[in-house]
Design a protein. Structure first.
Length: 138
């Protein structure tokens, strides 16, 4: 008799579990479809460009004897952005592109290495200053 009650109880439990399961319908989100890239709509503040143009003004340092070396610009991971052979006494301007995520660049000339914060699209570099500043309009 106990087995009958046990089977009956198990049967009632299974029925109550199955009866309480109802399918929950998830509302379907309708995502707009576009036929081409021009139809995409984003916030006005969204910047599509993934690179930024940088101008680096290099002020040369007069030397008694000409000193030629590799003038290189790298990202913080050591990847070359550009490299040129230059005289230390030469003043010049460089223009290059870097990813917009870059906050600093590394400038090297021979054994001289400086880390420059990219806080503007116009930067200065000289062989003496330990802290380059933004270019100011004269």
């Amino acid at each position: 008799m106990n087995y009958k009650k046990l089977h009956y109880l198990a049967f009632i439990s299974i029925l109550s579990l199955l009866g309480s399961c109802t399918k929950f319908e998830v509302p379907e989100k309708k995502i707009g479809t576009t036929q081409n890239f021009k139809e995409l709509k984003v916030e006005d503040s969204f910047e599509w460009k993934t690179t930024k143009n940088i101008q680096l003004k290099v002020t040369g340092l007069e030397t008694i004897n000409p000193i030629r070396g590799n003038f290189s610009i790298k990202d913080l991971n050591g990847n070359f952005i550009m490299e040129e052979s230059r005289l230390m006494s030469e003043s010049f301007n460089l223009e290059f592109e870097i990813p917009t995520k870059e906050q600093k660049i590394i400038v090297q000339f021979g054994s001289l290495t400086k880390e420059i914060e990219v806080n503007s699209d116009k930067l200065n570099f000289d062989y003496l200053s330990s802290r380059p500043a933004e270019i100011t309009e004269d």
